[in-house]
Unconditional design. Structure first.
Length: 565
């Protein structure tokens, strides 16, 4: 029997104990040589699906096909933290080392039995495997992978427990890239990777000949590495299969940019078809309720005889009855094949109307602003209505800058000028809620003015999510509450610290589009390469509001535009 060279799922459904259905009728395939991205709303079941593919979970129904050796990235290594990193690497390349050992063993035996044909054939097979798998370049390969993932400076004798979580995660990824596997399944593979490491990983996946399935929130990675996208959002349904609105796993051909266009096109078609159906429903319902007076809208001629009046009355009754029966039959047919209403768009509906304060002076002026060991000296001016992206490596002071501007940090050097009448709000990088027993709706209401559209009306949550306790919500869902509170009463100066962290891809896109129409001043920090690329695109298209501030741990921050694209 020939081993499968693809990952295949057919009709996979899964429920946790208690009847909590997470996955419904998932069917898609990842062919050999393809890198497919797995995406979906927070809580859509991505981790559950990966657990099924890895064998940790068993589906209620459905069929799963995987190649013989399918490699997974574990969230955390199972080795004791006292073990050195070299143990991970040795385990990953053990099969390759075994080929070297086999070649040496066969060579020794052939020296003792030079006429043994079977030994010669085994030696030839081992030699071919070594050449095909690059055994002779294994040490160079190990060095390349470790350097590509920014691990070259981590001594291999370092115990796992002395590494950061990011370093352990990158070592786990390195072992997967070094192992001889037929397929790869990756869960958020670009977490803890810098730009250069992400590009290295993309190159590795492009060169890999087997199927790759990668669950990711990294839009740059999805756009650069993937040739297909699977979206677990049940609101999409199957292509043209509007009757299957609860079915998950819609597959799109192409990269993330292609997915965005196709997803919107498909959703627009669904909405258009549903609107046409409802228009027809109203027409048929009216037809089914018609009376003789509706059909023959004229008064009886007083000169007509009784026989004539009866004739017209009988004809009217027959005509009305025929029309009503036809309308009722068509209504029955419509109900049997009805297109369901498109699920409510879970989206941010836009920043509420707001006019930037006309202050006639810069919204923010900083002169030689500095915090020792946290922020190198920088000077900048941000005009009212401008949108400033602050980028830079970890430790360059992006969050520190925002905390200085909103007054959280007061111990700094240099000068900071912000008009007193300017209202300021900051979305923190990590939400810190103290009352996790309160519901999302209760928290939102307690932090917003009366009459504010609620989380559901803003499109940030479903009614079911809004009444859940914060403790029962995902990080991404809690992030929506924080975002809603700030945007319910938009400030003059909006500070966003890594706003796309934990947000679903669709909501992140909608937030970014909404900010384009925000009349106030925005300062945003982001390591998200997609955000940074889009910001540069705004500058290339001569958006007068867009600015970029690049921070460094080595030199003074400098405000720049086209001259450093």
């Amino acid at each position: 029997m020939v081993a499968p060279l693809h990952i295949g799922l057919d009709g996979i459904s899964f429920s946790y104990p208690g009847g909590n259905r997470v996955l419904t009728d998932i069917s898609f395939a990842v062919p050999s040589g393809s890198v497919t991205g797995l995406i979906g709303e927070n809580g859509a079941g991505k981790s559950t699906l990966l657990g099924i593919i890895s064998g940790e979970l068993t589906p209620d129904v459905g069929t799963l096909i995987t190649p013989p050796v399918t490699g997974f990235i574990a969230q955390e290594t199972s080795l004791p933290f006292t073990e050195p990193a070299s143990t991970l690497i040795d385990a990953a390349v053990n099969e390759f080392r075994q080929i070297e050992t086999d070649i040496a063993t066969y060579s020794e035996k052939m020296a003792e039995e030079p006429e043994n044909q079977k030994l010669a054939e085994a030696f030839d097979r081992a030699l071919a495997r070594a050449e095909n798998s690059g055994v002779w370049e294994l040490d160079a390969r190990i060095a390349t992978v470790l350097a590509g993932l920014d691990l070259a400076n981590v001594p291999l004798e370092t115990p796992l427990g002395e590494m950061s979580g990011g370093q352990r995660r990158r070592f786990a990824l390195a072992t997967l890239l070094l192992r001889p596997v037929d397929a790869m399944v990756l869960d958020e593979p670009t977490n803890h990777l810098d730009d250069e490491a992400v590009d290295f990983l993309i190159g590795e996946l492009e060169a890999f000949k087997g199927p790759v399935l990668a669950a990711s929130h990294d839009r740059y990675f999805l756009d650069s590495a993937c040739d297909g996208i699977v979206d677990l959002d049940p609101g999409l349904g199957a292509e043209g299969g509007y009757g299957e609105a609860t079915r998950q796993g819609a597959r799109f051909t192409g990269a993330f940019t292609d997915y965005l266009k196709a997803r919107e096109d498909r959703r627009r078609r669904w909405e258009t078809d549903y609107a046409a159906q409802e228009h027809e429903r109203v027409r048929l319902e009216k037809a089914a309720e018609q009376t003789a007076e509706d059909v023959f809208n004229s008064q009886e001629n007083k000169t007509e005889t009784r026989a004539a009046a009866k004739f017209y009355a009988d004809r009217a009754a027959k005509t009305v009855g025929s029309r009503r029966r036809a309308a009722e039959q068509r209504l029955d047919s419509l109900e049997r094949s009805a297109i369901p209403a498109p699920p409510q768009r879970l989206r941010f509906t836009g920043v509420p109307p707001h006019t930037a304060t006309s202050i006639g002076v810069p919204a923010v002026t900083a002169v030689n602003l500095r915090v020792p060991d946290r922020l190198m000296p920088l000077s900048l001016k941000v005009q009212p209505g401008q949108h400033l992206l602050v980028e830079g490596p970890n430790g360059s002071g992006k969050s520190t800058l925002l905390k200085i501007i909103d007054g959280t940090i007061t111990d700094y050097e240099g000068e900071l000028l912000i008009p007193e009448e300017l209202t300021i709000a900051r979305l923190e990088q990590d939400d810190a809620w103290h009352d996790l027993e309160a519901t999302a709706a209760e928290i939102f209401e307690s932090h917003t003015p009366d009459g504010t559209p609620d989380l559901v009306e803003m499109g940030l949550m479903t009614p079911e999510q809004a009444v859940k306790k914060l403790a029962d919500l995902s990080l991404g869902q809690r992030r929506r509450v924080s975002l809603g509170i700030i945007l319910a009463s938009p400030p003059d100066l909006l500070l966003l610290d890594e706003p796309t962290n934990h947000l679903s891809l669709v909501l992140a896109e909608e937030l970014e589009h909404a900010l384009l129409d925000f009349a106030g001043t925005v300062i945003i920090t982001s390591h998200d390469r997609w955000v940074r690329r889009q910001w540069r695109r705004r500058i290339e298209q001569n958006d007068p509001r867009a600015r970029i501030l690049t921070l460094s741990t080595m030199w003074t921050g400098e405000l720049w535009r086209e001259d450093r694209l």
